[in-house]
Design a protein around this ligand. Structure first.
Ligand SMILES: Cc1cc2nc3c(=O)[nH]c(=O)nc-3n(C[C@H](O)[C@H](O)[C@H](O)COP(=O)(O)O)c2cc1C
Length: 176
C-alpha cells in the first residue's frame, strides 16, 4: 500500500469484531514502533500488551472511567505505553530547550505501531482517557512512572471508512 493510502486507511476503530488478534501481528506492530525515531535515540518508552481476557478486561475498565470509551470493552488486545527515563542527552537537551521530547517520542512510536497495524489489516484506537492509578495497580507499574497512552487493537466489525475531517493544508502549513 502507498503510504498516503495507508495513512488515510488508519482511523480510530470504535467497533471491534470478536476475532482475536494474533500475537505475531502484535510483534510486527512492536517492531514498527521500535524503529521509530526518538530524540537522541533515547527510546524512552515500554509497552505492556494485554491479550488475555482477564488482562484486557482490566485495561478496558481503566479506560471506561466516567462512562467514557465504552467501545473498548470489545477490543481483543490493548497496549499500554509507559514513559521511561530518557537518556542523558535527551534529558539535558529537553531541559535546556524546555521541550518534552519523551512525549513526542511516544507519539511517534504509537503512530508507527498503529500504521503497521493498519498495514496488517488490524484496526486501532489511541486512548488518552484512562485511570492511570488503576492501571499502575493492575499491571505492576511503579508509582513513579507515567502511563501516557493506550492503544486498543482488533479487527473492525465494519470495514467501511469514515471521511477524514482535517484542516486544509493552507491552514496547517506555510512555505517560506
Ligand atoms: C493522544 C490521543 C488521545 C486519544 N484519546 C482517545 C480516547 O480516549 N477515546 C477515543 O475514542 N479516541 C481517542 N483518540 C482518537 C481521536 O479522537 C482520533 O484520532 C481523532 O478524532 C481523529 O480521528 P481518526 O483517528 O479516526 O482519524 C485519541 C487520539 C490521540 C492521538
Amino acid at each position: 500500500m502507498d503510504f498516503l493510502e495507508l495513512a488515510a486507511k488508519r482511523e480510530s476503530c470504535r467497533n471491534y469484531a470478536d476475532t482475536p488478534v494474533d500475537k505475531n501481528k502484535l510483534n510486527l506492530c512492536l517492531e514498527a514502533a521500535r524503529l521509530a525515531p526518538s530524540a537522541c535515540n533515547s527510546q524512552p518508552w515500554t509497552m505492556i500488551l494485554a491479550l488475555t481476557p482477564e488482562k484486557v478486561g482490566q485495561a478496558a475498565k481503566a479506560a471506561q472511567e466516567l462512562g467514557m470509551n465504552r467501545f473498548i470493552g470489545k477490543a481483543p488486545a490493548i497496549a499500554m505505553v509507559v514513559e521511561e527515563k530518557t537518556n542523558i542527552s535527551s534529558k539535558f537537551g529537553g531541559a535546556l530547550k524546555d521541550q518534552q521530547y519523551a512525549q513526542t517520542d511516544i507519539g511517534l512510536a504509537v503512530a508507527h505501531f498503529c500504521l503497521e497495524a493498519t498495514q496488517l489489516g488490524l484496526s486501532t484506537c489511541i486512548i488518552g482517557w484512562f485511570n492511570e492509578a488503576q492501571l499502575k495497580k493492575d499491571f505492576d507499574i511503579p508509582e513513579s512512572k507515567r502511563v501516557r497512552l493506550l492503544i486498543a487493537v482488533g479487527y473492525a466489525a465494519d470495514s467501511s471508512l469514515r471521511e477524514k475531517k482535517r484542516r486544509p493544508v493552507d491552514e496547517i502549513a506555510r512555505f517560506v
